[in-house]
Design a protein around this ligand. Structure first.
Ligand SMILES: NC(=O)c1ccc[n+]([C@@H]2O[C@H](COP(=O)([O-])OP(=O)(O)OC[C@H]3O[C@@H](n4cnc5c(N)ncnc54)[C@H](OP(=O)(O)O)[C@@H]3O)[C@@H](O)[C@H]2O)c1
Length: 293
């Protein structure tokens, strides 16, 4: 018999790819606030307990989160309610029913002071509310649900949602000159590639604990924008030359302090024998192809 996987946050950008990737191998049940087999708000303790005990999943994949990073600065209570308390609700329900929990976390748990990839055993020190609320969610899960995988990822883009490469393309097609931050370095990651890693982790039943999973290589937002425009021109889907100017974080008005460097090293995936995701440039090319399909 197939294992049952409950995906919470199934309507989100990553959630859609996780569902597509898991559907052929598992009995899939979906939940999100406004869509899915179950409409579920993870901040509702009783509802989470009810859905998890009714579905009785073998594995819960929790990718629901309050992901508006600037919004978290303006509404910290909402950020902690969803990203920490909501995660705790799911962790308790999993612990009660014996389900294994896979939780998606973020590179923003780190402060960016390193200049080489952050490993799974580097000490988190978030600079912003989003990172702190996700870290609180991580800690709650570690204390509550022993059978967990926490997977930190970064700079996600995918065909199923609003994301940076899509925003750049839309602005460029409207002929708007672009100003893009060039002093933050990270790991751009295609949701489809991440979903593939998560599937392998679950299928191989890798040891519990904390993992990093991103596309290989690193880039600044400016480099990611330039590569996106270059690929679009090569594909003939961007006619005009649009000027693009590198700027510093200080010139980009935002309420959120972001790490200057948040590249993730994937030591635990390597040790678990999971092939590391391809280079971000290759993944971006694939994304652009699928976007035009
Ligand atoms: N995007 C990134 O660059 C990035 C980077 C690192 C880590 N992550 C993590 O990766 C995961 C997926 O991110 P994403 O960009 O795919 O997210 P997303 O597109 O913003 O989707 C978020 C999902 O969470 C659901 N949700 C939000 N609040 C909820 C609540 N209180 N109860 C139940 N469901 C709720 C949303 O459902 P509704 O649409 O119905 O509200 C939606 O399905 C998140 O855990 C995020 O923290 C993202």
């Amino acid at each position: 018999m197939r294992d049952t996987v409950l995906v919470i946050g199934a309507s989100g950008m990553l959630g859609q790819d996780i569902c597509a990737r898991c559907a052929p191998y598992f009995s899939l049940v979906t939940a999100a606030r406004r869509a899915g087999d179950f409409t579920l708000d993870i901040t509702d303790t009783a509802a989470v307990r009810r859905v998890v005990s009714q579905v009785a999943p073998d594995i819960v994949i929790l990718c629901a989160a309050y992901t508006d990073v600037d919004g978290c600065e303006y509404c910290p209570e909402e950020a902690y309610r969803t990203n920490a308390f909501g995660a705790a609700n799911v962790a308790s329900a999993c612990a009660d029913t014996g389900a294994r929990l896979l939780f998606i976390s973020t590179d923003f748990v780190f402060d960016g002071s390193k200049r080489s990839g952050y490993t799974e055993w580097d000490t988190p020190r978030p600079l912003n509310v989003y990172g702190a609320s996700k870290l609180a969610g991580e800690e709650w899960i570690r204390h509550t649900c022993p059978r967990h995988w926490i997977v930190r990822t970064a700079w996600l883009y995918g065909t199923g949602g609003k994301c940076f490469p899509r925003t750049i393309l839309n602005s460029a097609r409207e002929g708007k000159p672009l100003r893009v931050v060039n002093d933050q370095v990270g790991s751009p990651t295609f949701t489809r590639d991440l979903a593939d890693v998560l599937l392998q982790m679950v299928q191989k039943a890798v040891p519990y604990g904390t993992y990093h999973a991103v596309n290989s290589g690193s880039a600044t937002w400016y480099e990611l924008a330039c590569e996106t425009m270059q690929l679009a021109r090569e594909r003939g889907s961007l006619a005009a030359e649009v000027p693009i100017t590198p700027i510093s974080s200080r010139e980009w008005l935002s309420p959120t302090q972001r790490p200057a460097y948040s590249v993730l090293a994937m030591e635990r995936l390597r040790w678990a024998g999971i092939p590391l995701p391809r280079h971000w440039k290759e993944a971006l090319k694939d994304f652009m192809y699928r976007l035009d399909e």
